[in-house]
Design a protein around this ligand. Structure first.
Ligand code: G3H
Ligand code: 13P
Ligand code: ZN
Length: 328
């Protein structure tokens, strides 16, 4: 059944678990997520980014998710729009039947330039008004995502200038989080606590606390009724990097957020954990390996089945680690 984000996160909050929110772009990702949820009896959050809409088209994405609901009617599914860059974008998703939207007003409409507080409040408040009138949940974001190690906002290829964002921008303050929720009425709040998007989060193996766990805890205490969201939460599995590189790939040394630190964040109030990169890495690794080991094979269903299986493995592991398993 299609449910709102608020419904699922309220249950997660009451029962102290976290929900992975996986990005979906194609049939293989959709099936991997649902097969894993079915196996582990987990509720599902799937999210479509602007890139996904550009790749697959909004109607296809919508019907992919609706098809999943039809095939697995016993699993609650949130159809979430990831990183909306304007109220107009969110409005279109609401009209298409999404049950949850993210208005990311931490950045300007270009999706790159950090925006000021008043801009963020203005656009987010507008979306909350629209969405809540339709029973749709809203996620907002306060603070700029970026690695506390490098000061970088996160890069596609790992090359870029260091120290683009200063330390205060990279950490959401308790006071601005409290004020933002009071000013907008969002259901869920994405905070900046040391993660960044993409595969290049940390240049060294993360030892000790790489997340600002104390800050998460303080924000959760100040906002017990707002569900906290952590973007950039891929773990960048070293085994998949190795498989990619052993089968013709070339990805440099890089690290993500270890799963045990995500579990720690859940203990302190994080309820929605966004994961995209890990499924991309698993899919690419599985396809590279399959084609390398089966050079005469040309039926896409064969290598795409390997891709589904690899992504399903990641999803099962996250549903179990986050405590979502058994809660569908
Ligand atoms: O927030 C970023 C997600 O990983 C989506 O990335 O815009 O390339 O689909 P994308
Ligand atoms: P990763 O790049 O760490 O998977 O983060 C995805 C994300 O935050 C999508 O909104
Ligand atoms: Zn994100």
């Amino acid at each position: 059944a299609l449910v709102s984000l608020r419904q699922l996160l309220d249950h997660a909050g009451e029962n102290a678990y976290g929900l992975p929110a996986f990005n979906v772009n194609n049939l293989e990702q959709m099936r991997a997520i649902m097969m894993a949820a079915d196996k582990t009896d987990s509720p599902v959050i799937v999210q479509a980014s602007a890139g996904a809409r550009k790749y697959a088209g909004a109607p296809f994405l919508r019907h992919l998710i609706l098809s999943a609901i039809e095939e697995w009617p016993h699993i609650p599914v949130v159809m979430h729009q990831d990183h909306g860059t304007s109220p107009a974008v969110c409005q279109r998703s609401i009209q298409l039947g999404f049950s949850s939207v993210m208005m990311d007003g931490s950045l300007k409409e270009d999706g790159k330039t950090p925006a000021d507080y008043d801009y963020n409040v203005g656009v987010t408040r507008e979306v909350v008004k629209m969405a809540h009138a339709c029973g749709v949940s809203v996620e907002g974001e306060i603070g700029c995502l970026g690695s506390l190690e490098t000061g970088m906002a996160g890069e596609e290829d790992g090359v870029g200038a260091e120290g683009v964002l200063d330390h205060s921008q990279l950490l959401t303050s308790v006071e601005e989080a409290r004020q933002f929720v009071a000013d907008t009425g969002v259901d869920a709040l994405a905070i900046a606590v040391g993660t960044s998007h993409g595969a290049y989060k940390f240049t060294r193996p993360p030892t000790g606390d790489i997340l600002a766990i104390d800050r998460i805890k303080e924000i959760h205490e100040a906002l017990p009724n707002t569900h906290l969201v952590m973007h950039g939460s891929s773990s960048v599995p070293q085994e998949w990097l190795q498989i990619i590189n052993e089968n013709g790939g070339n990805i440099g040394e890089t690290y993500g957020v270890p799963v045990d630190q995500l579990v720690d964040a859940i203990k302190h109030g994080v309820r929605k954990i966004n994961i995209d990169t890990d499924l991309r890495l698993a899919s690419t690794g599985a396809i590279r390996r399959f084609l390398n080991e089966n050079p005469a094979e040309f039926d896409p269903r064969k290598y795409l089945a390997a891709s589904i299986k690899a992504m399903e493995g990641i999803c099962v592991a996250r549903y179990e680690a986050f405590g979502a398993a058994g809660n569908a």
